[in-house]
Design a protein around this ligand. Sequence first.
Ligand code: PLP
Length: 382
Amino acid sequence: MGCSAHPTWVEINLEALAANVRALRQWLPARTALFAVVKANAYGHGAVEVARTALAAGAAGLCVARVAEGVALRQAGIGAPVWVLGWMAPSEAATCARFRLTPTVNSLEQARALASANSDVPLPVHVKVDTGMSRYGLLPHEVLPFVRALAAFPQLRLEGLWTHLARADEADPAPARRQVDAFRAVVRQLEAEGLSPPIHHVAASAAALHPELNSEYFQAVRVGIALYGLYPSDQVAWPVALTPVLAWKARVARVRTLPPGTPVSYGGTYVTPRTTRVALVPAGYGDGYPRALSNRGAVLIRGRRCPILGRVCMDGFVVDVSHVDGVREGDEVVLIGRQGEEGITADELAQALDTINYEVVTRIMGRVPRLYLSGERPAASE
Ligand SMILES: Cc1ncc(COP(=O)(O)O)c(C=O)c1O
């Protein structure tokens, strides 16, 4: 299915993704395993294709948030290690064991459920330490007793101990260092009893790239946003050049000229002050394009910025093309990406929406087809 068959689509540049993985691999010490975070459909980029490309480019394994996300990777034929970072319901234990996913276990109830489900070789499991996110994981003083108790389950093998940093994307590395220090103290406790697992991991993209946190890699890093060519924040001079992987496009669905005084879209929140040439863009909040960009956002057509007029609807919105010569039905529209000399980044949209680039790309809905490009050539599409 080619892009022209769709009113709106997303292009995923798999070559850029592979180049980002290679750049990250070059930055990281050779001994540090890179685990590609492909949860939430690889932040909207397509989990299976991203996983395959990342593994081929040097990732050692994958991370997901949910058991079902791991199952989807296995069903696509992916055999690499898959770490499930989020909560595993005890009722999911049998699925987890059957598909050889590596869950994070933080309760005896989870451990019991996994142990009774696993009749195979011992299932690798990880334990999470809450060193400052106050979200998920055992508190530091709870870890040693829990790991001792885990040793009673021969069906499970403690492979990893990990934590997640709340503030590694800030210029000041001190808050992240405090968390890492708390984590190291737990590691030392386990080591003293010979219970420390072989893999420790703390760093997501921010700590993996932060010039002042680069002694904190341990044996693996869990990299998400950087794979996709986006940076975790604008507060740090990130040392690795990355290329955005995702572009969001559409085709002009209609062009017309409105006389002065014409209200546009729901609520008539925009009224043309003069004769205005407008184009209809067939993408809306039903595709994940934020309604909050009503009367605020812009798109690119023929290399020019065209402001949004009135409200973004579920399936479309209207833009001003009065200043652009020759706009025609079928012209390419860029919602995120480059066209000619101009560009609209996920960061620009995030700033306008008071959110983060992560949310901008992750919220693009499943109904928007993903077209996978290798360089300039279409590879496959869904
Ligand atoms: C536990 C955990 N590790 C790693 C990541 C990847 O983070 P990033 O996309 O900033 O690299 C996430 C993402 O939210 C996460 O929740």
